[in-house]
Design a protein around this ligand. Sequence first.
Ligand SMILES: Cc1ncc(COP(=O)(O)O)c(C=O)c1O
Length: 495
Amino acid sequence: MPILSDLSESSPPDDLHDPRDLDPEAFRRAGYAVTDWIVEYLAHPERWPVQPDVAPGALLEKLPAEAPAQPSSQEDILADFERTILPHAMHWNHPGFMGYFSAGGSCPGILAETLIAALNNIGLLWSSSPALAELEERTLQWLGKLLGLPASWFAMIHGTASAASLHAMIAAREFAAARAEQAGASLDLNRLVIYTSEQAHSSVEKTTAALGTGREACRKIAVDERYAMKPAALREAIASDCRQGFAPVAIVATVGTTGCTAVDPVPALADIAAEHGLWLHVDAAYAGAAAMLPEMRPYFAGCERADSFVVNPHKWMFVPMDLTAFYTARPEYLRKALSLVPEYLRSREYDRTVNYMEYAVPLGRRFRALKLWYVFRSLGAERIAAAVREHIRLARWLADQADASPGFERMAPTHFSLVCLRFRPPGASEEETDAANERLLYAINATGEFFLSHVRLRGRYAIRVAIGNLRTTEAHVRRLWERMQELAHADANGR
Ligand SMILES: Cc1ncc(COP(=O)(O)O)c(C=O)c1O
């Protein structure tokens, strides 16, 4: 049932007396209407299937080939949004959304996004928006403290963890070049290599592609039975590369890998990095939020010895996409690599201020810090931490159900709020089991109640249940478990 039901097909755009923009009163009405729509949307997310049941290209077919030449009324636009666009949207804020890493935004985050758009501040240098620059500095200090990161670290916001990790590797390359220079040598950029685990996110491999050294320059190190990088295999790979004249520059460790939330042994990797003078970057894009909880801190042991660290508050801290927090102990290498200050961007205060453009490829930056500030102000760090703790509890509950059920098995340790499991149809081969689990995943998603995703672990198909939405409760997870069992057994009986 649509939220908007009684709108005329096409009302005239009477809100454009001002030829430049909406009239203030028209904007007020439209703003209230959008707010009302959002309130209803979030109050009853079950109104829509989590995943839209649409074929590729279906929305394209409905959209005109040319941009609208004439204005439409705000009522028409909102109605068209609901009628035409919404049926093709995935409902990431739905409590049954448990795919990828579930990333539900909070209402304060939505309000902050509105204010961000209203101010439309663009961070270039400090003086292009002092509020943006100083709020970014302070909110990232808050976050860093909550996560137990060293207070001395420099921090800045990126749009994605992929962008942050690329910046970490740009700094690592600069660091390696400086070390080579100190030793009276020069770094052969074509021979540069970095190390990460077989389970690392694809964004790590992309960094070497983007740096121009090719994807093969990203060495994928073998993992142990818990999917964590093997330090001995890393040592061997470094030794072998050094013998062949390659130039190791960085190790990228992950705390909470994408596939199954494995935790690399950061203390051992930090030792290896120190021995070889390598940059250590920690990708905690998803799991970093759990460092707020004292009982989860052991998973982050050694992170304080890293050269850089990334966490995505837009994944598991209820900040709407996009907000990545990037920390580094050595910002001078980023600045050395990327600082280019044209005359028009110099100001009298320049040398007394932090100017983020010197530490990043993009010049302009959004006022994302306002979202972090707003969410922290509205929910408070304790509530955010409590929600993360509850998600971990729910994941453990589900993991226990799978362990206790002879028809199911868990495919990886459940460290955080992700459960990797599969159905084991009686007497089925590995290939048949893979196929059955793929069918099960599609059957669950077709219910419209839930959306899950999958991973292959040691070649075998596993279903990922990622809990991380503010609106997901124990009742939702219990219902999912019931539906999974029903659908799995129906599939097994039907064959
Ligand atoms: C561990 C890890 N690193 C990096 C990323 C990439 O995140 P982003 O989309 O912010 O680039 C992901 C995405 O899920 C991830 O799980």
